[in-house]
Design a protein. Sequence first.
Length: 92
Amino acid sequence: MILPTALHYPAVPLVTHDPYFSVWSMADKLTDTFPQHWTGAVHARLSLVRIDVKNYRLMGPRPEGVPALEQQTVRVFTTRTIYTFSGSGVEV
């Protein structure tokens, strides 16, 4: 049997409180769309990082004029999700 080298998640949990409140990333890259509730309602979240006086996006598609830092990995565990980004000489 051949196992896949990487998993593709249809949605990645970002915030889970109870079945009625959870926020998920529905995109392959965290910067492609705003996170959503499992019903499809948008729960707009964004995250920015400043590196050497320049801003980069880590979460969310806005602000449009701010470039996204390159997403390297996403790891989903039972109690947390870890994203890794890199660019401009740093890893976040």
